[in-house]
Design a protein around this ligand. Sequence first.
Ligand code: SF4
Length: 283
Amino acid sequence: MTLAMAESIYTKAALCVDAAEFRRENPDADAIFHDQFLQLMVAEGCPFNCTYCSERLAFPNFRSFPEADLVAAATAKMRETGHYNMVMIADCLGEYGKDIGSSLVKLVRRLADAEPRVKVALSNFHPVNLYTELETYSALIREGRIRHMNLPIQSANDRVLRLMARQYTAAQLEHCFNRLKELNFTEFDTHVIVGFPGETDEEFEDTVRFLLKHRPNHVLLSQFMGCEDTPAMRLPNHVDAAVAERRAHSAEARFRDAGILCNSEGSEFIRERLRRLNQAQTR
Ligand code: SF4
């Protein structure tokens, strides 16, 4: 391992220990969830083809960074900062290693061998990756190695999931989330798209019912925003913006009543954060 190789890996020190507490103590600062973790970027690009995704059009080809370089860079940063909670970042994290004969689980295990105090948060963790390796991730959870999972389900309705080309079914989601419950693992959040082309009220209700049952600690609701070059734009029966907004408001209210933190685009919380960000930038 050369120093030059380790330097090519993106790491960022944690800003705080607890982002919510930090925001309370520093009302003008805008700490986000990731700021409470040391950040490690492990791969770039995405091999999936979700029909609504415009971001992948701008991504580089999928590429995992070498295990050894990641472990060296992360270990050095942990020891330098004394912070051992790490969020692993990638455009599609669960695919890490598939192009280099490795895997995300292997990387986590190798990090833990190098620094036993490390605990990881998995950001942008595609549910199909959890489903296909549920036993190995369950073992990591049992060992206390995983602090948090961001599992963007997008929908819990089979027809909508097929239209999105998300690679998993509602039954597979149910299987994964039931397992998280058996393991008493509650540190997960999710992302949902409201008003995907052709989605009916009842199909969106499947998603709401799923989330009310499985209780992520945060739901981010995004109204479908079409991008010209994506296959989803060519699907029939686009949902009227007012209908999508009604669904989002109704879901947000029910999540709030159930004690599930929820933000939707255009919500008061998001507007307030944007106001604070704009204020900070114009100082
Ligand atoms: S998994 Fe994420 S990044 Fe990849 S195509 Fe789907 S939405 Fe885009």
